[in-house]
Design a binder for this molecule. Structure first.
Ligand code: ATP
Ligand code: MG
Length: 392
């Protein structure tokens, strides 16, 4: 008997003539994500993707990795038998007594139409068998246990437990984004949301080394690695901000500093985004969370970029974002203390209603293009492997 992991997608997201392309993309992502974890083959069936396991012992590791693959709505551990219902009865006889349930339903899908019984006939026949074997009753709407049979040309797949995953779209099926990644809580959550919609992420981190230590760089690297569970590898651009900050401090009033830093960061990010082939920039901002995230200020910052700036967390509360960061696993890294570039030289009373004309006048006194070019010249680019890949 072979064991497989059977992966199902959300039907709606992958409908229409793009479906085969999406399924190929997802198969390839699953193949890469499970490398070295005991998957011998990845194959496509009707409305599903199968991963054949070398043995059932691989299941826990494969389960963790498949759950991280966006585009997977739910998945199952499945047993494959030749097309013979007697073998299925035998398997049920072995397994069901060890499972506790008072109601069940049979869900048969006959992909191989040459099989002599229809799906309802198989459901009726095996349903009676399970009732007699266990004393459980049939409940089609809210059963304790669903017993799935998939009749494929390769054989019959039998499976029970459903593991829910995140759904969404396979990474690589949407355009690339450049995520502005601080060491904080919000931006990794923003990256996660965009990857869930199929966007591969490149990361840009600004640091003030050597004015401060390298702790924010280390956090950004760790976060990129962790987020790599959803995308096999990613590049992280580390851009210096200290020279820009020094200059801004000397030449502009305190209340406008944060805005000026942000406009510089966005200008630099846009160039790096273009280099990376990204089509949009992503930040972890949420409306009103801090003074730089008022709509007036966001509008003034956005003026320097031609690319769309996406803010997937814009309508979320901090507690909601923290909850998600815990679920994703980035929270413990994000809360480690660091010396972040933005906490440096932060004024007591930052401007919350910036006026574009004021900002532009302040920038007229600065060699903006040279400052951007200087930071770009100091960018270090690193390829960061996913933790799964690193373990191979
Ligand atoms: P986060 O928790 O993501 O740091 P925050 O609430 O601390 O967010 P800010 O520090 O004002 O808010 O940053 C807002 C957004 O600007 C961040 O979500 C991130 O996208 C970007 N950003 C801030 N600092 C940096 C940095 N050092 N490098 C790259 N991007 C940054
Ligand atoms: Mg921050």
């Amino acid at each position: 008997m072979k064991t497989h992991v059977i992966v199902k997608t959300h039907e709606l997201a992958l409908k229409g003539k793009n479906r085969p392309w999406f399924m190929r993309r997802l198969s390839e992502n699953l193949r890469r994500a499970t490398e070295g974890s005991g998957v011998s083959r990845v194959w496509q069936g009707q409305l599903m993707i199968g991963l054949t396991l070398e043995d059932e012992g691989c299941w826990p590791e494969v389960k963790a990795r498949v759950r991280d693959c966006f585009g997977v709505a739910k998945f199952f551990l499945a047993y494959e038998f030749p097309q013979d219902l007697e073998l299925i009865r035998e398997a049920l006889r072995q397994r069901l007594p060890g499972m506790s349930f008072r109601s069940f339903r049979m869900v048969t899908n006959r992909a191989d139409k040459r099989f002599p019984l229809t799906s309802p006939e198989v459901n009726a026949e095996l349903g009676r068998f399970v009732e007699e074997l266990t004393g459980a009753r049939v409940d089609l709407s809210n059963p304790d246990l669903s017993i799935y049979l998939d009749i494929q040309t390769r054989g019959i797949l039998l499976y029970f437990d459903e593991t829910p995953a995140h759904g969404g779209l396979p990474v690589g099926s949407s355009g690339r984004v450049a995520v502005m990644l601080s060491g904080g809580i919000d931006s990794p959550v923003a990256a996660w949301h965009m990857m869930k919609r199929g966007c591969p992420a490149s990361y840009v981190h600004f640091h003030s080394y050597p004015l401060v230590d390298r702790s924010s760089i280390e956090k950004a690297t760790e976060l990129t690695q962790l987020l790599g569970r959803h995308q096999s590898r990613a590049e992280l651009y580390m851009a210096p901000l200290s020279e820009i900050q020094k200059r801004v401090i000397v030449e502009t009033p305190p209340s406008y500093r944060v805005l000026l830093y942000r406009r510089f960061m966005l200008r630099i990010t846009e160039v790096l985004a273009q280099q990376a082939g990204a089509k949009a920039i992503v930040t972890g901002e949420s409306c009103g969370q801090v003074s730089s995230q008022t709509l007036d200020n966001i509008a003034v910052v956005d003026k320097v970029a031609d690319m769309p700036v996406l803010r997937p967390l814009i309508g979320m509360n901090k507690e909601e974002i923290v909850g998600m960061a815990r679920g994703i696993g980035t929270f413990p890294i994000s809360i480690q203390p660091d010396q972040d570039c933005c906490s440096l030289f932060v004024p007591k009373h930052p401007e919350t209603r910036a006026r574009l004309s004021v900002v532009e006048r302040l920038e007229e006194g600065l060699p903006v293009a040279d400052m951007v070019a200087e930071s770009l010249a100091g960018v270090v680019r690193e390829q960061i492997e996913s933790p799964y890949k690193a373990a191979v």
